[in-house]
Design a protein around this ligand. Sequence first.
Ligand code: THG
Length: 471
Amino acid sequence: LQAHGLIEGKADAFLIETAQDPLQIKAAVNGAKSAMNKTGITLPVMVQVTVETTGTMLVGSDIAAAATIIDALDVFSLGLNCATGPQEMADHVRWLSQNWPKKISVLPNAGLPEMHEGHVHFPLGPDEMARWMERFLKEDGINIIGGCCGTNENHIAALNAMLARQENGKRRPRPAPRTQHWVPAVASLYQQVELRQDNAILAIGERCNANGSKKFREAQDREDWDTCIDMAKEQVKEGSHTLDICTAFVGRDEVHDMNAMVTRLRGSVTAPLVIDSTELNVLESALKLYGGKAIINSINFEDGEEPAHKRMKLAKKYGAAVIALTIDEEGMAKDVERKVSIAHRLYKFCCEGYGLPPSDLMIDPLTFTICTGNEDDRKLGLWTLEAIERIHKELPDIQIILGLSNISFGLNPAARHVLNSVYLDHAQKRGMTGAIIHVSKIAPLHKIPAHEVQAAEDLIYDRRSPMESAA
Ligand code: THG
């Protein structure tokens, strides 16, 4: 309603400012978008976060986390205002300059407030303020300037005079050129996590899953949330970059349990969340509660495109990355050709249809167990590897992930760890960028006895040297 009134009143842009919490920004941006949809009038949406002297927003988000979350909301500009003066903002302005792909605004206070005989005094005068802004303009290429607390018409006049001095006063100054480098990422409230890890995969912790862990399921069933959260924290400690959360459990309320997890996790773990549910309402209620940039797990075309449309709308509305499975109206893709062709269809649907950045699309070409003993299943692991290689070649900018542990269902735990580790290594070499795994149960190949690696590879490549002895 407020946004609607601003449009009716002929506002030129929306400015969402002095933001302390990314969740508040998501709500405000969506309010503005909904009013723009209703009126058919599109205005630029500008966002400004308030970074305290601690170096983070009040809830703890640093500038990289905030930028990652806000970028996914498709805004016009991002900047800083309030809390501090320009000096304290300089590092964050520099970060924006080097990373943020769109316009940058800077509206500092007139320095850090001091108390003088019971009165608040802002120490920075107009000229000093203008010198800082000139530096930001010339060194960091910022686009929009102004002042916040403690500034008055004299400060603004000084900024105006500074601008008029640029380029001999002939015309409005161009900001210094920037060579920013935007890194594809997701984020918790606290930190940005890059979707492409250097020489490693993005590790998605698998254990907070009612179907994937007996311990989790039992804790969830007795609503022992402390144990559930401890399992999340333990996975982060072990090296999980993000956490898969699944509360689907027959006989329990999945929305209630997901909400219980998200409200507790958002303020207590630094890893971004992967919301794993087949139910649209579970996905939406989790995303509504989460201030970070989450990953939706998952979309597919099993029941046609309608469910995928609904999930992509959620992804755009709440600013999330997306895991997409190679499943279509014919079912789960098992052979290479079908996996690759569905991957292309998913790419067109999500990236061309909804403007999802390719780097935020995480294709999962499906892992099936190769340990059933069925003749028909023996090549499933190999086909997935070949599909990874092709998808990586044909769609180099997207991410490729697997629910790795599925590969070894049916084996004993020790053999599973070996097969999972070896399969991970092969999948990574072919272009997989992330995996849902139990990090502490993955070993580097040089730590696994050579004959066990050999046995696992024989199984993966269907070379008929029986792994059965290991099982
Ligand atoms: N793709 C995507 N999402 C997924 C999967 C996928 N989410 C769920 C699942 N598959 C990946 N997660 C797991 C989690 C646990 C196990 C397997 C896959 C697992 N758990 C042991 C078991 O069940 O035997 C441990 C049991 C225990 O600790 O009690 O194997 O493919 N996108």
